[in-house]
Design a protein around this ligand. Structure first.
Ligand SMILES: Nc1nc2c(ncn2[C@@H]2O[C@H](COP(=O)(O)OP(=O)(O)O[C@H]3O[C@H](CO)[C@@H](O)[C@H](O)[C@@H]3O)[C@@H](O)[C@H]2O)c(=O)[nH]1
Length: 273
């Protein structure tokens, strides 16, 4: 891993701000949060930034609100900048599948970098500039907005059981997979298009939140460089978390599945020598 601290200290050169960067944001019932999120992102000093919302036909009308916001922020006429897109899916199909579809679309549409972000205000949008700067300055292909490196913090509003679950999930997945990533479960990550192409989003198994672990692990195994920058993680103030039992069970099983697949691949490699 590379130390990102030197790059993070400097402001982003103007030409870096034009780097094609798509923020992929999955939404399910985020009608109360999405307008503020979109406004915050559109105000960032990043000319190359686009927002792609991936909505799973939210019953609260988030998809319609996303369309209205896209009309508001996209510049009209030929040559007008497209600053926001919406990918409508027919039904709730899991955070991982929403991300896979959205990130694949973003790369196909020309993004050089893709940033994953929740729609509920828990991830600090102002850190995106720094994360892009770190990727460009260090050549890292994955920049993790990390709650668990020095300087990273968690909202006091997060209930103790959720804090414990998050810590445990990181130690559990990291321990089984043998990685040194402090926030392997974190959902605020910047990716190079090259890394996303190489890990093969269409073949990712995780339907739910274990997508975060599976994709980082695949990237590390493929030899990509990952760095972590500290963030403050805020609790959502409106709406609810969609984490349920199915998501938790998949997160428990997935590290074992990934490890045994990696071991089988290693054994096959040795036999083939
Ligand atoms: N399209 C779609 N979006 C979804 C789905 N499930 C959740 N989302 C969206 O995905 C984002 C994160 O979902 P939350 O339910 O708010 O996540 P969380 O419990 O706060 O978990 C966060 O932290 C975890 C680590 O502690 C992360 O693993 C997780 O990805 C997320 O960032 C939100 O924007 C939510 O609307 C789904 O099935 N489909």
């Amino acid at each position: 891993m590379t130390d990102p601290r030197h790059a993070a200290a400097h402001p982003l050169p103007a030409e870096w701000g034009r780097t094609p960067l798509t923020v992929v944001m999955p939404t399910y019932n985020e009608a109360q949060n999405l307008p503020t999120m979109a406004e915050t992102l559109m105000a960032l000093p990043l000319e190359g930034l686009r927002l792609l919302v991936v909505d799973d036909n939210s019953p609260d009308g988030t998809g319609t609100i996303a369309d209205q916001l896209a009309d508001k922020y996209n510049e009209p006429g030929e040559g007008g900048r497209t600053r926001m897109g919406v990918l409508h899916r027919t039904a709730k199909d899991g955070l991982g599948r929403a991300y896979a579809a959205g990130m694949e679309r973003a790369v196909a549409e020309g993004a050089a970098y893709v940033l994953q972000m929740d729609a509920d205000g828990s991830h600090p949008a102002e850190k995106i500039t720094e994360m892009l700067g770190v990727a460009l300055a260090t050549g890292a292909d994955v920049v993790v907005g990390s709650r668990y490196v020095p300087g990273g913090t968690l909202s006091d509003a997060w209930k103790p059981h959720r804090k414990l679950l998050s810590r445990w999930a990181n130690a559990y997945a990291g321990g089984i997979l043998g990685t040194r990533v402090r926030d392997i479960t974190g959902g605020f990550n910047l990716w190079s298009a090259a890394a996303l192409r190489a890990i093969g989003l269409a073949s990712v198994d995780s339907a739910g939140y274990s997508f975060q672990v599976e994709t980082k692990y695949r990237a590390l195994r493929a030899g990509f460089t990952l760095v972590e920058v500290p963030i403050h993680f805020e609790d959502r103030t409106a709406g609810e978390s969609k984490m349920d039992l199915a998501v938790q069970l998949e997160s428990v099983a997935m590290p074992w599945r990934l490890r045994s697949r990696a071991l089988r691949g290693h054994a096959a490699g040795r036999r083939g020598r």
